[in-house]
Ligand binder design. Structure first.
Ligand code: SF4
Ligand code: SF4
Length: 213
């Protein structure tokens, strides 16, 4: 039995697991060239939605073996050194803007900076890996991913992700994502500064009121 979440109400955990399970069910059978140990696509900044960050935090603090967590922390510190070196100084009053983070994304792809959770070619948070990772598959030529880190994945799988995250009420769980590492650095115990970001909040358009009869 999985330990109870320390950061998320049970209903959120249940919904998150249901979203992940639905994605596995729908994306799993899709044709794909992806295979175990293939990880070129993990060499870029990946985002998490707010409920996903909490799920990963729980996993890190409750389920990740200590040695693996230590290794991920060291890699996250290296990741943050790179991120901090290529972005300007930021303060709560002057956080990094989305376009500045996007510029860092381009640079991370150019430098092929690996996700800190990639250890020996494997995702070490696989059971709780973000929706963006779950929905990123390609049907042909895995080598093309190494040549083009920003390669766009299969649209059908991306559409599944868009549909399944609707299980979360955007009024409570805004759809905006933030870089995974910045979100879970505290849980890993990193000893590097984590710069504040201005998070663009995208909320679904509220349902139109029912027309009067
Ligand atoms: S998206 Fe590309 S790099 Fe990532 S697992 Fe699939 S084939 Fe490999
Ligand atoms: S969370 Fe896992 S699947 Fe996603 S980029 Fe990191 S190592 Fe790769």
């Amino acid at each position: 039995m999985k330990p109870a979440s320390v950061t998320l109400p049970p209903i959120v955990v249940e919904t998150a697991r249901a979203v992940h399970a639905a994605m596995e069910r729908r994306i799993g059978p899709m044709p794909k060239a992806c295979h175990a140990g293939c990880s070129a696509c993990c060499h870029q900044i990946v985002d998490v939605l707010n409920w996903e960050a909490s799920l990963v935090t729980d996993f890190i603090t409750q389920e990740m073996p200590t040695a693996r967590r230590d290794r991920a922390r060291e890699q996250a510190e290296a990741w943050l050194r790179t991120f901090n070196a290529i972005t300007r100084a930021a303060t709560p009053a002057a956080p990094l803007r989305p376009e500045e983070v996007n510029a860092a994304r381009v640079e991370f792809r150019r430098l092929r900076v690996a996700c800190p959770f990639l250890i020996e070619g494997q995702c070490t948070i696989y059971p709780v890996r973000p929706v963006v990772c779950r929905s990123h598959i390609v049907e042909t030529d895995p080598e093309a991913c190494a040549r083009d880190i920003g390669r766009v994945g299969t649209e059908a799988a991306r559409q599944v992700a868009r549909e399944e995250v609707r299980a979360f009420d955007p009024a409570i769980h805004p759809l905006s994502g933030m870089p995974l590492v910045l979100q879970v650095a505290g849980a890993l115990g990193v000893r590097q500064a984590v710069k504040p970001l201005l998070v663009p909040v995208r909320r679904a358009t509220p349902a139109a009121p029912a027309a009067p009869r």
